[in-house]
Design a protein around this ligand. Sequence first.
Ligand code: FCB
Length: 462
Amino acid sequence: MSNRTNHTRRSSSDFPEDFLWGVATASYQVEGAVGEDGRGESIWDAFSRTPGRVRHGHTGNVSVDQYHRYPEDVRLMADLGVGAYRYSIAWPRIQPEGTGAINPRGLDYYKRLSDELHRQGIRSAATLYHWDLPQVLEDAGGWPHRDTAYRFRDYAAACFRELKDHVDMWITLNEPWCSAVLGYGVGEHAPGLRDRTRSWAAAHHLMLAHGLAVQAYRSELGTSGVHRKAPIGITHNLETPRPATQRPGDVEAADRAMDMRTRFFFDPLLGGPYPERHFAAYPKETPPPVHEGDMEVIAEPIDFLGLNFYWEPVIAADRDDPEGFRLVESHHKTTDMGWPVTPRGLYRHLQWVWKESGGRYPLYITENGCAMPDELTPSGLRCHDPRRVSYLREHFTAALDAIEDGVDLRGYFVWSLIDNFEWSYGYTKRFGLIYADYVDQRRVPKDSYYYLREVISGVEEL
Ligand code: FCB
């Protein structure tokens, strides 16, 4: 670290001048309107109505109804002062059948949303896949089935073609680890399967889908010109764990823990292979079905790397565990998800990614934030969330430290603009800067919203 001392108070104006502040959401988590304007069914519709999958049987049917209320949400973003909104495009709105004909009414929603953002001077940052696979494609085999990658390429190509005048920043996939492992390996996310072999096949096809989409982007938008000003990247939730002790066994365990959690998703973007050490050590585990040429497709150059960061795990060696390591408790305070608050972990994470990639791609934090048990004041007009304010302050400071120490971090998107459907937790976890009243759809900015506004305007001390 550079020679900062505790006495140097820095302010948010120390971030680079063109630093991009943003907020993030995802289609199924905020849009609602699942049956409108020809939207097809997604795996999350099917999963959330299956008893026992989502807490209290909650679904995204209505959520915060952003599909209808986006003008109000964009106004709130304008008042907040953000430079960009990261949302996701629901594939089943664009291609209700997963393939073929484009649904113009679905496309139109994202055009209207982007137009509204542009009117307020906010950049439109679209993620093409934040987990809502058309159910028909799942019925045909889902991500473990190679063909799904090519279907994604076609869908992505249609989005590039149709939305090129609307979108300012493209993200192919959000956290493919979650889609593959939580969706097909652990069963905690849609489609809810528990099969390791299928989950690594899914992971490979997601990575392939990413590379194919980047190729489609080049063929649709060319390699230069006005549309190339909209950069393209991918968002990962890599983990860079800290060893529980400096004993060689724990250090090695923490390194191994990165193989399938981090290196699998990271190395191939830079032209490397999937972690061979892992498959050599576990011969019973089926390696992903890689065809000739796939790894070159996955390594298609991109413009930036998006990182979602929530916490830094601590890993110890464990002989009784089939993989030889386990997650251990740490002393940190935790959020409402039970996730430890580890801002220095963000600093280490950014450093690791930056160094491992040899500085190849600029970085964006595409998600960071926390769930807290927020409540409105008795007047119903305010929501005091001091723990989120401290969480953000500590993580912003860590990000600034990383920038000052040489990491090319270009922007920071807080998760989330507004409370929303938190996947298998339903509406029980509140991540928003804005409190959502799910009964009357009222939006109440929390203290953290006002805090972020001061940070963005550059007046706030960190
Ligand atoms: C990330 C997801 C996002 C949200 C946050 C809390 O893994 O990308 O949709 O659920 O976690």
